[in-house]
Ligand binder design. Structure first.
Ligand SMILES: Nc1ncnc2c1ncn2[C@@H]1O[C@H](COP(=O)(O)OP(=O)(O)OP(=O)(O)O)[C@@H](O)[C@H]1O
Ligand SMILES: [Mg+2]
Length: 241
């Protein structure tokens, strides 16, 4: 279980997260939905240890991660798919996927790779291709596969559906669900700027506004598309009641 409790983060003197609180229970897929600049990426970077907390706590399985370097958090089973994919251009698809295992001494790396290939055969087909020779959508699948290499307990996915055609988005939804099923007990936190795909994927959805979670809702109660301007806390509680 992931717990973010009262996370406050300052970047360059500005308060970006304001006591943000959320929970991802073991084995659940949870969405974090908010407009551009709401603080989604900062939240994931905070959980990954890429930015420091001013106050508050981040816990995985009841243990605080505060003060642990990002690579130590990865060793503890956290996988991160950044917004911009960040594949290494000089490497093949397979080398990119294996990179977290080489860097962090991840156990069962070969077994995990075979599981990934079984669940995502299109990634296996690309294995020996240079990562720059993949389309943007294919690179998203590769980045998802790479996050799964270290994410045995928690997957942090930053806008996996952004700029992806509907057919591939459906494929990504299935891939995340299948990965989660194959790796029993893995928790997933997925950020998006609209509800559309998160509704199909997540079992619980938080709305993030100006660096704090303002609402918790269910996929069935969430609006179908963008966060509407009138989706205030009051309106959302009507939806969930
Ligand atoms: N390095 C930085 N320096 C200054 N401000 C920053 C920095 N990184 C983020 N911010 C600010 O923090 C706020 C939250 O940014 P963040 O990237 O977390 O938002 P987001 O919800 O992921 O947005 P998007 O949907 O555009 O990806 C924004 O106002 C942004 O301008
Ligand atoms: Mg972002």
């Amino acid at each position: 279980m992931l717990k973010v409790d009262g996370a406050t983060v300052k970047i360059a003197g500005f308060t970006i997260l304001r006591g943000l609180t959320l929970e991802v229970e073991i084995g659940r897929i949870v969405g974090l939905i908010g407009r551009n600049g709401a603080g989604k990426t900062t939240t994931l970077r905070t959980i990954m240890g890429l930015v420091d907390l001013q106050s508050g706590d981040v816990q995985l399985e009841g243990q605080s991660l505060v003060g642990l370097a990002p690579h130590v958090r990865a060793q503890r089973g956290i996988g991160y798919m950044p917004e911009d994919r960040r594949l290494i251009p000089a490497m093949t698809v397979e080398q990119n996927i294996l990179l977290p295992a080489w860097a962090r001494d991840i156990p069962n790396a070969d077994q995990r790779l075979q599981t990934i290939y079984k669940l995502m055969p299109e990634v296996k087909e690309l294995a020996s291709r240079g990562s720059t020779q993949c389309s943007g959508g294919q690179q998203k699948l590769v980045a998802l596969a790479r996050s799964f290499m270290s994410g045995s307990k928690l997957l942090l996915l930053d806008e996996p559906f952004e700029g992806v055609a509907p057919a591939l988005s459906q494929r990504l939804v299935r891939a995340v669900k299948e990965l989660a099923e194959a790796e029993q007990g893995v928790s997933v936190l997925v950020c998006e700027s609209e509800f559309k795909w998160a509704r199909l994927l997540a079992e619980k959805i938080y709305v993030i506004e100006r660096g704090e979670t303002t609402q918790e809702t269910t996929p069935a109660a969430a609006p179908a598309h963008a966060v509407p301007d009138n989706f205030t806390t009051a309106r959302a509680s009507e939806l969930t009641s």
